[in-house]
Design a binder for this molecule. Structure first.
Ligand SMILES: C[S@@+](CC[C@H](N)C(=O)[O-])C[C@H]1O[C@@H](n2cnc3c(N)ncnc32)[C@H](O)[C@@H]1O
Length: 277
């Protein structure tokens, strides 16, 4: 089973491949604007359109202090700060990703508004009530302990603050053997059905839960994403070896096939921390 740190340390989307793509596109890696990175630094499904939809559900504006849980290389954090004017803190377990995120952010001059911390979403290194919004995209599938995750999300939210996240959701037809393949190949520690997520949110005292199904939208996006990873074969093989790239693709092909079959999909969840609790 691939562990979560190895999975992202050997992921086809990384600082080196992003820099190579920028150089190939004729950028100098100096004097970059946030927009120069947007085609490369979003490691979730649906790119900027998905971040805008998330920002709308979260009702993010310039007055917000946003926490992006599992922030990866910081693409969504930088987009939110530059498009909506809010301050954003990113939290990621992977030190190398958090450092890449900080370097890209300094490169595009957003380090006054966006910062990153390396840490675990199940024991967040933040004071109670530090944020008005908590967001995440395509990452909670990696976290086994959902009680601790949502307890932390609730704890760091200010009263009245909002948690909005997108993630994989299973249909009852997803088999144990498919779960096991996704666990071993994509570090998917715990894949939930929609109503299980709703129960976790309620148990963490997060109220007014709303759920929007994204499964049909994701099908086309994920077909294209599989193609994008095929196109990255040379870069990935050079960095991590042909065997690792094949392992990554074997798992990703099965992932896209269960998405196509409707056994796995996606959803966006929103919930509030009550103003008085
Ligand atoms: C698919 S990437 C998503 C990155 C980012 N949300 C984006 O949309 O570009 C998932 C990220 O979750 C992080 N992650 C996984 N488990 C975590 C945990 N327990 N605490 C914090 N980060 C975690 C991984 O290191 C990885 O960077």
């Amino acid at each position: 089973m691939v562990d979560i740190l190895t999975y992202y340390n050997q992921h086809p989307i990384n600082e080196s491949t992003i820099n190579d793509a920028l150089l190939r596109a004729g950028s100098s890696l100096e004097n970059l604007a946030p927009e120069d990175l947007f085609a490369h630094d979003q490691d979730h499904y649906g790119g900027l359109e998905a971040v805008d939809a998330l920002a709308k559900s979260a009702a993010i504006d310039a007055s917000d202090r946003v926490l992006d849980v599992c922030s990866g290389m910081g693409g969504p954090a930088r987009y939110l700060a530059s498009r909506y004017g809010c301050r954003v803190m990113g939290l990621d377990l992977n030190r190398s990703r958090a450092l890449s995120a900080a370097r890209f952010t300094a490169l595009v001059g957003l380090d006054g508004k966006v910062s990153f911390v390396c840490g675990d979403a199940t024991s967040m290194p933040f004071e109670n009530q530090s944020f008005t919004r908590v967001i995440s995209q395509e990452a909670f599938l990696h976290i086994g302990d959902k009680e601790a995750l949502f307890e932390n999300c609730q704890r760091v939210l200010a009263p009245g603050g909002r948690l909005t996240f997108t993630d994989w959701v299973a249909s009852p037809r997803l088999t144990e053997s498919e779960r096991s393949i996704l666990g071993k190949g994509m570090a998917a520690a715990a894949i939930h059905q929609k109503d299980e997520y709703v129960s976790y949110l309620s148990a963490a005292d997060l109220a007014g839960v709303e759920v929007e199904d994204l499964s049909v939208w994701w099908r086309d996006i994920l077909r294209k994403r599989l193609e994008m990873y095929r196109e990255k074969s040379q870069d990935s093989e050079r960095l991590f070896g042909a065997a690792r790239y094949r392992e990554f693709m074997d798992a990703y092909e099965i992932f896209v096939s269960v998405i196509e079959e409707g056994k796995l999909g996606g959803a966006r969840f929103t919930a509030f921390r009550l103003a008085q609790c």
